[in-house]
Ligand binder design. Sequence first.
Ligand SMILES: Cc1ncc(C[n+]2csc(CCOP(=O)(O)OP(=O)(O)O)c2C)c(N)n1
Ligand SMILES: [Mg+2]
Length: 317
Amino acid sequence: MMTGNTLTRELGWRLLRKLREIRQFEERIIPVYPTDVMVTPVHLHIGQEAVPVGVCDHLRPHDLVFIGHRTHGVALAKGMSMGSLMAELYGRTTGCAQGFGGSMHVCDPANGLPGSSALVGGSIALGVGAALAARLGKRDQLVVSCFGDGAADAGVFWESLNFAALKSVPVLFLCEDNGLSNVMRKEDHLHADPGVVAGHFMQVWRADGTDVLSVREAAGEAFAHIRATGRPALLWCATKRWMKHQGVEADDLACNPVDREKDCPIRKLEQALLSAGLATQAEIEQLGGEIESEIDAAIMFAEQSPFPDPGMLATEV
Ligand SMILES: Cc1ncc(C[n+]2csc(CCOP(=O)(O)OP(=O)(O)O)c2C)c(N)n1
Ligand SMILES: [Mg+2]
């Protein structure tokens, strides 16, 4: 869905900046990662950027998002600074988790990121608990539980759906369905479409997870429903992973080069902006250059920051 009639310059430009921040940030990880200066495994969001950007565009800093192991896209979309995230990848004290966490354990409470979980499905119940707490505390706060299709075969997913529906917990379950759980295809680990089954518990929205406007529109409807009814909702976004599950190599099994060209969320939005006369190619290139400079600064910040003192090892545990 690329409805040009709802696309304004302000909206399109805001979304494009975020999409490109995530893509360009991760593209800079690719050459650096094999040199081992990043002391963490990474799971890249490249190709899937439309999902976090479309959802987080609705959120305010105090709205909460619980993330799994694929963190970078959501963290940047939710407002974490590039320097804080980059320094964490470099294992430095200025990182968002003081260099102790790495890519899978990012947090930024001031921007509504209480923490992420490397346990598949670990984020789901945390979001349910936080949404219940927000309801009991009468706080105007949206809460999102992010997870992948691989987590939808875990018991905690079904238990969380059941509890949230039974107790009217106003949480958004957000599935980034890239069709793969590590190297296992969805049809080999899921017996039925969880979105269909979840429809017995709550209202389900589906979006094209390679199209930021589709995700943004569906997320807007789901949040409106959550606010109006106090009930949970599920947003299922079908998207494409471009890279290997972990690390920085492209994965032709996950998404071949032809699909990458066709399904690129950035390309789709740029084409929509260009054809609606809302941007020029020169402006887009300038934006790319500005973001590149911001990433340069983030890398310099990370490189110049100290490692944690060994005496800190036993703290925060
Ligand atoms: C409880 C648990 N089981 C297994 C793993 C190993 N593991 C890490 S990521 C992953 C695949 C997860 O797939 P999905 O939830 O679809 O997320 P994606 O990587 O596709 O974003 C697995 C099996 C783990 N981290 N935690
Ligand atoms: Mg997956």
